[in-house]
Design a protein. Structure first.
Length: 141
């Protein structure tokens, strides 16, 4: 395979990857490595105006919580010039129902980003077997 062919193949793979945030299911697939984690992980997808991933960042928590760094998410959104953000975190218990804290921190992130005209597209909670709860799909966001 020539270098040109390798570059073309890589571009195709990248193109496929960046469009995978088009639905909650597709976003969850990008978080498969979080499904079996024993600690909570918050993954932030920073997106451009075309909803393509500019950057991802993981924040690690403990076995039952991940303190969501609202300020850091807003700061990084501005640095990478994100148009929108998707956040995903896991519940090691496997239960995807959002807690009051999940709802509170989702609102805090949404409101902080809104100040900078950055949209929080979704906040998704994943369990241990690709089950998920999308706050946007449920009309909570």
């Amino acid at each position: 395979m020539t270098n040109q062919e390798k570059i073309k193949q890589l571009r195709t793979q990248i193109s496929e990857l960046i469009t995978e945030t088009s639905s909650p299911e597709a976003t969850v697939k990008k978080c498969a490595d979080m499904l079996l984690s024993r600690i909570e992980i918050l993954r932030v997808f920073y997106l451009n105006i075309k909803n393509e991933i500019i950057k991802t960042h993981d924040f690690q928590g403990t076995i039952n919580q991940c303190l969501i760094p609202v300020r850091e998410i807003a700061r990084e959104s501005l640095i990478v010039d994100a148009n929108s953000v998707i956040i995903v975190h896991n519940h090691p218990s496997g239960k995807t129902q959002p807690s009051q804290n999940d709802k509170f921190f989702t609102d805090a992130i949404k409101n902080a980003l809104k100040l900078f005209e950055i949209k929080l597209i979704d906040s998704i909670i994943i369990g241990t077997d690709e089950d998920y709860f999308s706050l946007a799909e449920k009309g909570i966001l």
